[in-house]
Design a protein around this ligand. Structure first.
Ligand SMILES: Cc1cc2nc3c(=O)[nH]c(=O)nc-3n(C[C@H](O)[C@H](O)[C@H](O)COP(=O)(O)OP(=O)(O)OC[C@H]3O[C@@H](n4cnc5c(N)ncnc54)[C@H](O)[C@@H]3O)c2cc1C
Length: 405
């Protein structure tokens, strides 16, 4: 399937004007922000340092929160056309106890997904340009000026939004970051294999804990394989990620079978993650805000971040729209509290789940209990759709209840 076309302009082709909103970074968070603000009639300039469509190292898995955001963005028809539907997920505990869950999941290469969202923002009215923002300054009236590394042009907007993923230089400059360390590292590659696997596989294999590995079918006999672990939980003895990946593909039965029939393998590429919604100030000086993985919106342990990046983009767009509607830019200061109220409780629960899953014996114990209890199995499926709090499963009360239901 050819890549979606994206209309990305050069900076020099831009008219001299002050935009309402400047969004730096066109990943899922920045392009969702631009799309929702442009839909509401604001003049939005979206900038990315890369020429789109571009690769992004990712597992390419879309769970319920991503799918809901894509639905609200009016993009699900295109995503279904280009992506691959998967209706089941298997989780393997360290002793290879398998939990099979049904669900509506999708996979789509980020090269295509990010191009789709960005192009939708463009057709809705946002201007999308190629440019690396080297610096942002906040003017006395709160507005924001961007300096580009490849052009002498400066760009000005009433509101600036940083959505640069794990690149933190703009946040650092404005003292918006307290915890710059990466939360996790992960690697992935694409494999073409005649082995048939039609479910998403997540493995907490003994050789990988405190992380996990995955196999996500992409359609047309293509698979995204990868592994990652938390930097905090990593011990001195934990092997390097490349070794973890090698052990996974040599020893984990499904990965070994898939690789034994693999025809082509892309290079293994790695990236860092920022998770847990902690360690940043989402509201900087003046009218400067930040969204997406740059403020650590990715979920702990699972590394699932596309949906949460998009949700935070929707939220920042709402707050910015309200400020324009009322003409009161002090309303932007409500953004951190809105993020806290809407998203923070879910991260706290994931933190607890992370602790349980990273202890092999506890992970095995829970897996065995889930296979014996309808209550726990339904709850686990509910965690994936975010209708159930992870503490329903990962708590003493949940485990006790599983003996009776
Ligand atoms: C190996 C791996 C596997 C993953 N698997 C999954 C998965 O299966 N499902 C899932 O939901 N999540 C997954 N994630 C997490 C997911 O990739 C991120 O949460 C998500 O990309 C965050 O989106 P974002 O828009 O905040 O940032 P990004 O997607 O990183 O986008 C940031 C954009 O900003 C641009 N940029 C940066 N600096 C500048 C600058 N100075 N000027 C202009 N542009 C700039 C970049 O070019 C980039 O396009 C995975 C992550 C990794 C590393």
């Amino acid at each position: 399937m050819p890549d979606p076309v994206v209309h990305q302009r050069t900076i020099d082709s831009l008219p001299e004007e002050i935009f309402d909103v400047l969004v730096v970074g066109a990943g899922p968070s920045g392009s969702t922000t631009a799309l929702h603000l442009a839909t509401k009639g604001h003049r939005v300039l979206l900038l990315d340092r890369e020429q789109f469509p571009r690769e992004k190292i990712c597992g390419d898995g879309l769970l319920t929160d991503s799918i809901n955001c894509l639905q609200r963005a009016g993009l699900m028809d295109s995503v279904r056309r280009l992506g691959h539907e998967v209706n089941a997920l298997s989780m393997f505990s360290p002793s290879l106890v398998e939990l099979r869950l049904k669900g509506d999941f999708m996979t789509l290469r980020r090269r295509a997904l990010d191009a789709l969202i960005t192009q939708k923002a463009v057709t809705t009215g946002a201007v999308f340009c190629h440019g690396n923002v080297a610096d942002l300054t906040v003017e006395a009236d709160g507005s924001v000026t961007a300096y580009l590394s490849s052009s002498h042009r400066t760009l000005r907007a009433r509101v600036g939004i940083i959505a640069t993923g794990v690149r933190l230089n703009l946040l650092k400059k404005h003292n918006m970051i307290q915890q710059p360390k990466s939360s996790a590292v992960a690697m992935r590659c694409y494999v073409r294999s005649t082995y048939e696997l039609n479910r998403m596989v997540v493995a907490f294999d003994r050789s990988i804990i405190p992380g996990y590995a995955w196999i996500f079918p992409m359609g047309n006999q293509e698979y995204n394989l990868g592994c990652g672990y938390s930097c905090r939980l990593k011990k001195k003895r934990t092997p390097g990620l490349k070794d973890v990946f090698r052990v996974f593909t040599e020893q984990f039965p499904l990965a070994r079978d898939l690789m034994s029939k693999a025809k082509a393998v892309s290079p293994l590429r790695g990236a860092t993650l920022r998770w847990g919604l902690k360690g940043t100030s989402p509201h900087g000086p003046g009218n400067l805000l930040a969204t997406g993985e740059t403020i650590a919106t990715t979920f702990q342990m699972t590394g699932e971040g596309i949906g949460k990046a998009m949700e935070s983009g929707e939220l920042v767009a709402e707050v910015v729209h309200d400020a324009f509607e009322s003409g009161d830019f002090s309303l932007l200061a409500q953004y951190p509290a809105r993020l806290k109220a809407d998203l923070e409780p879910r991260y706290l629960s994931y933190k607890i789940a992370e602790k349980w899953l990273s202890k092999p014996w506890l992970n095995d114990f829970v897996a065995r209990r889930v296979n014996k209890s309808k209550f726990l199995k339904n709850s686990l499926a509910g965690i994936l759709t975010e209708t159930i709090d992870p503490r329903t499963v990962y708590s003493v009360r949940g485990i006790l209840k599983s003996f009776f239901s």
